[in-house]
Design a protein around this ligand. Structure first.
Ligand SMILES: C[S@@+](CC[C@H](N)C(=O)[O-])C[C@H]1O[C@@H](n2cnc3c(N)ncnc32)[C@H](O)[C@@H]1O
Length: 407
């Protein structure tokens, strides 16, 4: 039941439509880093209808400025998309065109193309977009969209949230450049984390620690607080906001080469509020050979061992500064320093109401032995030296820069 609810929720998030300024801000970061980032490239925007998606319009309008060779955008058929509840689907472009076919409008995907070679020498813009029906429904896994993927140099979109893993694997298997939107927690997926660890993919420039606005279908229940946040950001109507949203990419940008400026351990114990609050000390994990760093800013500049940091560290991750060793997922697939040092036997989760449940999570997270009497949820195990708590997912890192180069 819980799983069905979660699946329904994920599928609903498949209908989150990205706003223009969120796309613009991110794309600007790649252009600032390399003004020819998109020059001469064929860009594919899958999962984008022209009516509600801003990706197609944004890239068509900037076709000349970016120096694109070709822009291809594809949309997914209304009838294939069980979640699709936007009321008016056929765009004005489609309905006013002689190509408009009522028999195909709901069953076929569409393709929109702007092509330098096909359009001659005049300045191309959104009005030059040519469209047609796809033969199939526009599923990104279909042979015809796969062929477009293979033709493209760069793939950019906000893919359906429930198919994020599959979508990323679809890009990676074709060895393409890409920029896609997802949730920062996707970094813990086994299809994603090894790529992050090996610096084959990374987070975009915008950061995950802000409210991002999305347009949603009319029947989507937006919570009053999300609605209020969207309104505060200037979006009135069917809009929601989402935290922890970020871009995933393998295009380079300047943000990831900016090192963090950090204090040493002694200064953190004096000045970092979180470290002060937890007793002016860093805790050592019970099941990993590493210390816990509860906030990125508290990474000590003079600690050369392994450190566990929250996943939001990746917003600030500079590969010249730190090395990523692993994730506290309990899997023994990473470097030796990132392996758990023990597996708990007969682990039990103790709930606040006095009940107990399986404590299997103790073997998929970093843990800290409790110093005081337990309050709230805690864990025990036959081979633990006392009650312990489990941490949120932690990334295990180590300094890469030698001490004399650290700021
Ligand atoms: C999160 S929405 C984002 C839409 C648009 N890219 C944007 O950012 O505004 C994901 C889109 O993917 C489409 N979609 C869902 N499943 C798909 C599939 N299997 N293949 C292609 N598109 C799909 C949905 O119809 C939806 O329009």
């Amino acid at each position: 039941m819980q799983k069905n609810l979660q699946e329904a929720k994920n599928a609903k998030n498949d209908e989150f439509y990205t706003q223009y300024d969120y796309i613009q801000r991110e794309i600007n970061a790649y252009l600032e880093f390399d003004q020819d980032a998109f020059r001469g490239k064929t860009v594919l925007l899958p999962c984008n209808d022209l009516e509600h998606s801003n990706f197609t319009g944004f890239f068509a309008q900037n076709f000349e400025y970016f120096g694109l060779k070709k822009l291809i955008s594809t949309s997914y058929a209304k009838n294939s998309n069980k979640q699709f509840t936007f009321q008016f689907y056929a765009s004005e472009l489609e309905k006013n065109s002689p190509k408009y076919d009522p028999a195909k409008t709901d069953t076929n995907g569409k393709i929109f193309i702007l092509d330098r070679a096909a359009n001659g020498t005049h300045r191309l813009d959104i009005h030059d977009l040519k469209w047609d029906y796809l033969q199939g429904d526009g599923d990104f896994r279909s042979p015809e969209v796969k062929a477009l993927r293979d033709e493209a140099d760069i793939i950019i979109t906000n893919p359906p949230f429930s198919l994020f893993r599959e979508f990323l694997s679809w890009i990676i298997e074709a060895d393409k450049k890409f920029l896609i939107i997802g949730n920062i927690n996707c970094i813990t997926y086994k299809e994603v984390f090894p790529l992050i660890k090996d610096n084959k993919i990374w987070l975009g420039a915008s950061g995950s620690n802000r409210d991002v606005v999305f347009e949603v279908p009319e029947d989507y229940e937006v919570s009053p607080s999300d609605r209020a946040k969207a309104e505060k950001l200037g979006y009135f109507g069917n809009y929601t906001t989402q935290r922890n949203t970020c871009w995933f990419t393998n295009l380079d940008h300047g943000r990831r080469h900016e090192p963090l400026i950090l204090m040493n351990m002694a200064d953190n114990m004096k000045f970092n509020k979180t470290i002060v609050k937890q007793g002016k000390k860093y805790f050592k994990y019970d099941n990993y050979d590493a210390i816990d760093v509860p906030v990125t800013q508290a990474i000590p500049s003079d600690y050369d061992g392994v450190m566990g940091v929250p996943v939001s560290f990746l917003d600030k991750y500079c590969p010249e500064q730190f090395e990523i060793l692993g994730l506290t997922s309990g899997r023994n697939e990473f470097d030796k320093e990132a392996w758990p040092t023990k597996r708990y036997e007969n682990a039990l989760q103790h709930n606040s109401d006095g009940t107990t449940a399986s404590g299997s999570k103790a073997n998929t997270r970093a843990t800290i032995l409790l110093e005081d009497e337990p309050t709230g949820v805690y864990y025990t195990a036959d081979n633990a030296d006392g009650p312990f708590q489990i941490m949120y997912a932690r990334i295990l890192i180590r300094w890469k820069q030698p001490p004399e180069q650290r700021i």
